[in-house]
Design a protein around this ligand. Structure first.
Ligand SMILES: Nc1ncnc2c1ncn2[C@@H]1O[C@H](COP(=O)(O)OP(=O)(O)OP(=O)(O)O)[C@@H](O)[C@H]1O
Ligand SMILES: [Mg+2]
Length: 495
């Protein structure tokens, strides 16, 4: 139904996409796979008409398209959900879903019908959302669901999803997969971008792999192994993804005692983390491990319990006081909690460390200093392109994640809290992040990693705490760490 050939897109003369062919059949899920910056988002932006294209041929249902605006794309039945959302924070869920489609009679006249249509749409997807709440008050996962509903409001023929599960809980992702299956059965063609191999495996019929803006190949998913796909992606056989970490557990740096948050997302949780070790927090997305990290960093209201640093209770943790106490936190949601997208990469990387003596001298910031200081962390994380003055928004999704991580490397902290550190990051860059964690721990830092990726826990952690419904239900020592062992506690059975 859709066929593009010779698609090329340049940014200031540099080809982000270079002579790429791509096709999509009716009722097909066609996955796009590639390292960060490979050109996936660029390709789908061209297909959806959000980027104008200068070179290439675009055919849909036998018709050749000569120019495409987002509006025309909508009319021919192409809908997209991008990595960065396009919702209006001050409008409600219903208003956002129908934004731009209010028909001639106007937004307010059709309120009732719109609400009814929204209810039906969300029901058919199995999404539960507060319809009359302003979008500003929704979680990232809820916003993602609004975006998906918005894309589906006019029964598209082609649906484009760019890393749709990056911020969904496991239950919500399951609903999305059901919706994908439903649409596929109705004959909708779906372009699906993801860094998660399991999703590509379970959902897609074909996979197209991009590398450095070029198409490496299109393969039938069932006919290729994960290793084969990764090799196409990175251009060489995969070496070892996980470094060997030398854990030398020292004194307890961070201790959480019987902690309960006001919202009850964490209930009576206790754990310790020592200098020189990686402590893993495991459990389903939504089990409370994110909130536990947030609470330690002063971002959740604590009702009872204690947070201790080096045996001293922290009275009222706030991000400022925790940073001052050498605790650094990396949120899972780089968009709304992590980055200032309109600011440069340099500014983003230095944001939480501007109090460093070597960076500031009175009110005047020494820009040249700042530039020197960020070079190493950005190089260690292999930021691509290495362009510190470029706006954060002009980096690919995975490279934005690296910008956020660079922040914690600007000065030596003692405790690092990572929440889903590799969300949206490609295989090559994952190895960079793991090596980063290794170097921090071996230099004596205390590292806490909350993640939904089991291999990360098993390969990086010296001990793992498993959470379920807000409670810590198990503590596993290094020799007990296997996927089966960790998983057996996921549903709280063995507490
Ligand atoms: N607005 C822009 N200005 C300049 N360069 C850009 C812009 N948007 C993207 N690029 C560049 O185009 C290339 C392709 O980026 P793209 O966002 O398509 O990657 P991606 O495959 O989606 O990566 P990710 O997995 O990290 O999301 C990158 O090198 C990126 O830096
Ligand atoms: Mg992208």
């Amino acid at each position: 139904m859709l066929e593009v050939t010779g698609f090329t897109k340049r940014f200031r003369g540099v080809a982000a996409l270079d002579n790429v062919d791509f096709s999509l059949n009716e009722g097909e899920v066609h996955a796009l796979l590639g390292e960060n910056g490979a050109g996936k988002s660029t390709l789908i932006n061209l297909i959806a008409g959000t980027f104008p294209w200068a070179e290439g041929v675009y055919r849909i249902n036998g018709r050749t398209i000569t120019s495409l605006t987002p509006h025309v794309a909508q009319e021919i039945g192409i809908a997209a959900v991008f990595q960065e959302f396009s919702l209006v924070p001050d409008l409600t869920v219903v208003e956002n879903i129908f934004l731009g489609r209010e028909q001639s009679s106007g937004l307010f006249l059709k309120r009732k019908q719109m609400r009814q249509a929204a209810v039906e749409l969300l029901d058919s997807l199995g999404f539960h959302l507060p319809l009359d709440e302003n979008v500003a008050f929704l979680s990232r996962a809820q916003k993602q669901m609004v975006e998906i509903a918005k894309a589906l409001r006019m029964s598209p023929k082609v649906l484009i999803l760019d890393e749709p599960t990056a911020s969904l809980t496991d239950g919500e992702a399951e609903k999305l997969f059901n919706a994908v299956a439903l649409l596929k059965a109705r004959g909708v063609g779906i372009i699906y971008v993801s860094h998660r191999m399991s999703e590509i495996r379970n959902l897609s019929d074909r996979v197209t792999v991009l590398r450095g803006g070029k198409k490496i190949g299109t393969v039938v998913t069932a006919e290729i192994s994960d290793e084969g796909l990764i090799e196409m992606m990175v251009g060489r056989p995969v070496e070892q993804l996980f470094p060997k970490i030398e854990h030398k557990p020292g004194p307890v740096r961070l201790e959480v005692r019987d902690l309960t948050t006001e919202k009850r997302s964490v209930i009576g949780a206790s754990f310790t983390a020592r200098a020189g070790e990686v402590v893993g927090l495991a459990g389903l997305v939504g089990c409370g491990r994110s909130e536990l990290c947030r609470a330690v960093f002063g971002l959740e209201v604590v009702e009872t319990g204690a947070i201790m640093l080096d045996d001293k209770a922290v009275e009222r943790p706030t991000p400022t006081s925790m940073l001052a106490a050498n605790v650094c936190y990396f949120p899972a949601d780089r968009g709304s909690e992590g980055l200032a997208l309109a600011r440069s990469a340099r500014e983003n990387a230095t944001m939480s460390s501007l109090d460093l003596p070597e960076l500031s001298s009175g009110p005047v910031l020494k820009f040249w200093r700042e530039n020197e200081t960020i070079k190493t962390p950005l190089a260690n994380l292999a930021l691509r392109p290495m362009a510190p003055e470029r706006k954060a928004s002009a980096f690919s999704g995975g490279n934005q994640q690296k910008l956020m991580l660079a922040r914690g490397l600007m000065k030596p902290f003692e405790v690092y809290l990572f929440d889903e550190p590799t969300v949206g990051i490609d295989v090559g860059a994952k190895a960079d992040v793991y090596n980063l964690i290794k170097s921090l721990v071996e230099a004596g830092a205390c590292v806490v990693v909350s993640t939904s990726e089991l291999p990360e826990l098993i390969n990086l952690a010296s001990r793992v705490y498993v959470m379920h419904e807000g409670k810590v239900v198990a503590e596993l020592a290094k020799h007990e760490l296997s996927e089966a062992q960790v998983l057996s506690h996921y549903f709280g059975g063995h507490a």
